[in-house]
Design a protein around this ligand. Structure first.
Ligand SMILES: [Mg+2]
Length: 279
């Protein structure tokens, strides 16, 4: 081969190597993007519900509506109840009923991570949960009327001190060990309700999750939960005061995901889409 022909061949070879290596790099990059795109985000689906709780004036209005209704009911009860019975008390849940944890849920979205116990404990120890609108006024009014408040929550025992501090930070009454019952052996609240019922006439229950009101809602499917709500419809707004929580709850874990906790992100995504009712 002549010298110029040899140079030309080497040049073409180099051009080819460069060309195909570029294609390889581009393909690898495309494959990577495809992989990232194909695995669904863990928390993207909850953006709208967290935005709603944090920004919708309708959320605030619903919280005020719930506390106003609880206040009207309390006035009625105080006028009607006879003296000589056990002292009156109100049982309330804490999260998304007294304290707003939407910042925790926003952080899960920001970092695209699933909920886990350790993260929750860390968040609660920061004592940064803010009051649900209307809650401070309501519970202090309850105290002024001589009615006690019991906080029955499924927060972890590791958060007992921080829960007391968070409630005291916003001047909630009865924020002490005698009035706060966190999760012990079971997440079912009935045994803790009964401890209070043994000594008090419980006139109202406040919560964002149906199990805050009655144990018959524990571990039930969507269909059963809806049937039970129908069978107790006269109690809502009378003895049971419900607060909105679109971010999480048994409606999602026991309902949408059928009480199963090991679905993959892709399976959860498919389940959510499959359960949408369209026309
Ligand atoms: Mg709650």
């Amino acid at each position: 081969m002549h010298y110029p022909a040899l140079l030309s061949s080497i040049f073409l070879l180099l051009v080819n190597i460069l060309f195909y290596s570029c294609i390889d790099v581009r393909n690898t990059s495309e494959d990577h993007n495809k992989t990232v795109k194909d695995s669904p985000s863990l928390r993207e689906y909850s953006v709208q519900s967290v935005l709603w709780q944090q920004h919708a004036a309708e959320y605030r209005a619903l919280a005020y509506q719930a506390f106003n209704l609880a206040g009207y009911r309390l006035e009625d009860i105080l006028q009607q109840e006879q003296q000589g019975k056990k002292p009156m008390a109100i049982i309330t849940d804490i999260d998304e009923t007294v304290l707003d944890n939407s910042r925790f849920n926003a952080k899960l979205i920001e970092e695209d991570v699933a909920y886990n116990k350790e993260r929750w404990i860390k968040w609660a120890k920061q004592i940064n949960a803010e009051p649900v609108p209307g809650s401070q006024e309501f519970f202090n009014h309850v105290k002024d009327k001589g009615v006690e408040v019991f906080y029955i929550s499924n927060r972890f025992k590791a958060n007992k001190a921080s829960t007391v501090k968070n409630l005291r930070k916003y001047d909630y009454p009865y924020a002490d060990s005698a009035h706060i019952f966190l999760k012990d052996t079971t997440s079912g609240k009935q045994p803790r309700h009964e401890k209070v019922l043994a000594n008090y006439n419980v006139v109202l229950y406040l919560g964002d999750n149906l199990s805050d009101f009655h144990s018959s809602f524990d571990d039930k499917s969507t269909q059963k939960r809806n049937q039970l709500v129908g069978s107790m419809k006269n109690k809502f707004g009378k003895k049971f005061i419900v607060f909105p929580n679109p971010m999480y709850g048994a409606w999602e874990t026991d309902g949408i995901y059928d009480g199963k906790y090991d679905w993959t992100a892709a399976e959860k995504d498919s389940i959510r889409k499959a359960k949408l009712k369209a026309y």
